[in-house]
Design a protein around this ligand. Structure first.
Ligand SMILES: [Zn+2]
Length: 290
């Protein structure tokens, strides 16, 4: 990229002052920020814009005592690119809640470190003895680290994942915006091990006697909402699934009961009965064919 290409990317003339270049950069960069621009090429466009900006604003080091714009600092660009490139950096806290808390909803204390507006300066600059200087507190970055604490509300029947704290993330000085912060919530396993919860759907094994499986039955079952009576239509097979809509962790998720038939200890009576009925049906086994 040469200087005139850089000028055309930023949309500035060859006589533009550093202030005009900075304003043009801010304007264009704000449009390419991932919070507002979801286009696939936005990141590439931003990289070009960044390159153009660096090219036009990296003159030889200024003589001592002359104001140096904090925007040029490497620290700023490193910080910004991290925020830009990886949205996972917006996950500021990770918490885990019990299955019961996920069902009923809960409140949790969280705290994390974030970039905030520096309280000692205005955009990295201070005026001392009528002279504009780089803020020594934030070294011109316009931001300072602070600890943010809050109580977050987990709604009832929450299936886990990221909770968005609107505009509670890092302050980005150049855009004068606060990013969103995310709290990642993991749901702990059912302590009894009976209910397996995956993405809000619930699975459990339902043991039935042979008679219950053949005739059907009303069976008391454990669900995340407590005990319920489940109607099993007869006959069901081993491995069949009976699905109860609305009994998942979220209201639109289901609870699947996997049928596991427990055979009686003594099967002699049933075997004799079945053999008898097969003979009656005129069924001939292999041996008697000869
Ligand atoms: Zn400052």
């Amino acid at each position: 990229m040469n200087v005139s290409e850089a000028q055309s990317i930023l949309g500035v003339s060859s006589t533009a002052s550093s202030g005009e270049i900075k304003t043009a950069f801010k304007k264009k960069a704000a449009k390419l920020h991932p919070d507002v621009n979801k286009a696939e090429n936005a990141e590439d466009e931003f990289k070009k814009l960044n390159e153009a900006f660096q090219l036009l604003t990296n003159p030889p080091a200024p003589p001592m005592g002359v104001y140096s714009d904090p925007i040029f600092t490497q620290e700023f660009f490193t910080g910004f690119q991290t925020v830009f490139g990886k949205s996972s950096n917006n996950i500021k806290a990770r918490i885990s809640i019990s299955l019961e808390e996920a069902v009923k909803g809960t409140k949790k204390d969280i705290s994390f470190t974030r970039s905030a507006r520096c309280s000692k300066c205005k955009q990295g600059l201070v005026v001392e003895n009528k002279q504009t200087k780089t803020c020594s507190h934030c070294r011109g970055s316009g931001t300072a680290k602070e600890t943010y604490s809050a109580k977050v509300t987990i709604p009832p029947r929450f299936i886990g994942g990221a909770l968005c704290l609107n505009k509670q993330g890092d302050y980005i000085h150049i855009f004068n915006i606060h990013t969103d912060a995310f709290v990642f919530v993991t749901i702990e396993k059912d302590p009894s091990g009976e209910l397996i919860v995956e993405n809000g759907a619930v699975l459990s094994i339902l043991k039935l006697t042979l008679l219950e499986a053949l005739k059907g039955c009303n069976k008391k079952v454990k669900t995340i909402l407590g005990q319920r009576t489940l109607k099993i239509p007869g006959p069901v097979h081993n491995g069949d699934k009976v699905v109860s809509q609305g009994l998942g962790l979220a209201k639109n998720k289901s609870h699947t009961f996997l049928i596991n038939i427990v055979y009686p200890d003594n099967l002699d009576g049933i075997i004799n009965f079945l053999e008898g009925s097969e003979e009656q049906d005129g069924y001939i086994d292999n041996e008697s064919k000869e």
